[in-house]
Design a binder for this molecule. Structure first.
Ligand SMILES: *Cc1c(COP(=O)(O)O)cnc(C)c1O
Length: 425
């Protein structure tokens, strides 16, 4: 059924049959019973579809994955135990030692560490490019061994907007897919497949769960990338897999080959599976995602406008402000709003920022972002505190930078809190 995304948030995924529970049940079971060994053998050989062990597939997890696939407009999806696992699997599914990745340099710190250190140790190299580079520069980043391109719709914490079409065009001209981390925008505000992305990943820990209860991730496949047409680059998908008696994933799973491979090889071997209970909580979050995103965006815009006009604030970065350098891209890719996260600087630098943070009453100081409760983080005194001011600047984190994640409380109270804390500086 071709419903709009709000309806999908509420109803997609779990489709109860006659007499079944209206609400998605938690199948908190590691294992599933069959009447004969023969029936179970067929599942192991991928001859028949069915559940046998939760590390590979679980009905609760699958229903929530199906909802996320529907929201993104993809053909298949899989949940992972964290956003980090989703990022890792999404690349690992099509790269091996000797291969190469082109990535935007404006990405989440955890993704940067994963790609530039851990995956490098595994023999997968990466070239990082400035997301605003011109097409010639982007072209120059590709090697014969390049197997995918990676970027974030709205970069955490740089808050820049990716030109998805530009990156998709470059990826496709080199016969490789574009993987987009759509965590901050969510499919409510941007569906990267509509702009040419092939794979979308999420840290569901953020807005999708929304209530800060469960760490999780998701990988979604558009079904659009033609692996067969670029067979020489993706033999893992297009040539026989020895561990499944020579099955070929593109033949076995058709358009869902990429997710089929994640499930049957990476999940089987590495096992970053979410608990069904966490997936149930994630589904509760998804049921109100469309409502919460509207409120997050409206509140963040009002907070950004308040901060921008405040004499003690030296700068504000939020792409929905017409003055922001990303405003035009935001209008194109995020016409209904971006997200609830913004960054700003307090006049007076590091000391003033700390003073401001310590004076907040409603906004909590936490190492989290993108949930219903307003929170703040000062990287220079927490996550990046080992760095000197010069090193911070090089990392794009100025000593006065405060990341504000605006929640869904009443905006009058949020602004009153920011105002009284700024008054103490
Ligand atoms: C938090 C985050 C991740 C990592 O997700 P976890 O669920 O914390 O493992 C990846 N990408 C982005 C954009 C994030 O904000």
């Amino acid at each position: 059924m071709n419903y709009h995304n709000g309806t999908k948030c509420v109803q997609a995924g779990w489709e109860p049959k006659n007499g079944e529970p209206r609400v998605l049940p938690i199948y908190q079971s590691t294992t599933f019973k069959y009447d004969s060994s023969e029936a179970m053998g067929k599942l192991f050989d991928l001859e028949e579809a069915g559940y046998f062990y939760t590390r590979l597939q679980n009905p609760t997890n699958d229903a929530v994955a199906a909802k996320i696939a529907a929201l993104e407009g993809g053909v298949a999806a899989i949940l992972t135990s964290s956003g980090q696992a989703a990022t890792f699997y999404s690349i690992m599914n099509i790269c091996k030692a000797g291969d190469h990745v082109v990535s935007s340099s404006a990405i989440y710190g955890g993704s940067f560490n994963l790609i530039s250190h851990t995956m490098a140790d595994m023999g997968i190299r990466c070239t990082f490019v400035d997301p605003d580079c011109d097409e010639t520069e982007l072209e120059a980043a590709f090697l014969p061994e390049t197997r995918c391109v990676f970027g974030e719709t709205i970069a955490n914490p740089a808050m820049s907007v990716l030109d998805i079409e530009k990156f998709a065009k470059a990826a496709h001209s080199h016969g490789v897919p574009l993987i987009i981390d759509n965590t901050f925008a969510t499919p409510v505000n941007c569906r990267p497949f509509e702009w040419g992305a092939d794979i979308v990943i999420h840290s569901t820990t953020k807005y999708m769960d929304g209530h800060a209860t469960s760490v999780g991730g998701a990988i979604v496949d558009s079904g659009n990338f033609d692996w067969q047409a670029h067979s020489e680059r993706f033999p893992g998908l297009t040539t026989p897999d020895e561990t499944y008696h020579g099955s070929i994933f593109t033949e076995l799973f058709g358009k869902a080959a990429y997710i089929g491979k994640v499930t049957t090889t990476l999940m089987r071997d590495l096992g970053s599976v979410p608990s069904p209970h966490n997936s149930f909580l994630l589904n509760l979050g998804l049921e109100t995602l469309h409502l919460r995103m509207q409120r997050h965006c409206a509140n963040a815009k009002a907070a950004a406008e308040f901060l921008q006009a405040h004499p003690k604030v030296s700068w504000v970065k939020y792409c929905d402000l017409p003055e922001d350098s990303n405003f035009r891209k935001a209008q194109k890719y995020l016409p209904n709003g971006s997200c609830g996260v913004l960054a700003f600087g307090v006049a007076g630098g590091r000391q003033a920022a700390i003073q401001f943070m310590d004076s907040l009453k409603l906004a909590a100081v936490v190492t989290h972002v993108a949930d219903i409760r307003t929170c703040v983080l000062h990287p220079a005194s927490t996550t990046h505190r080992q760095m000197q001011d010069e090193e911070l600047m090089a990392a794009g984190v100025s000593p006065d930078l405060i990341r504000l994640s605006v929640g869904i409380e009443d905006i009058e109270d949020i602004i009153a809190d920011l105002s009284q804390a700024l008054a103490t500086v």
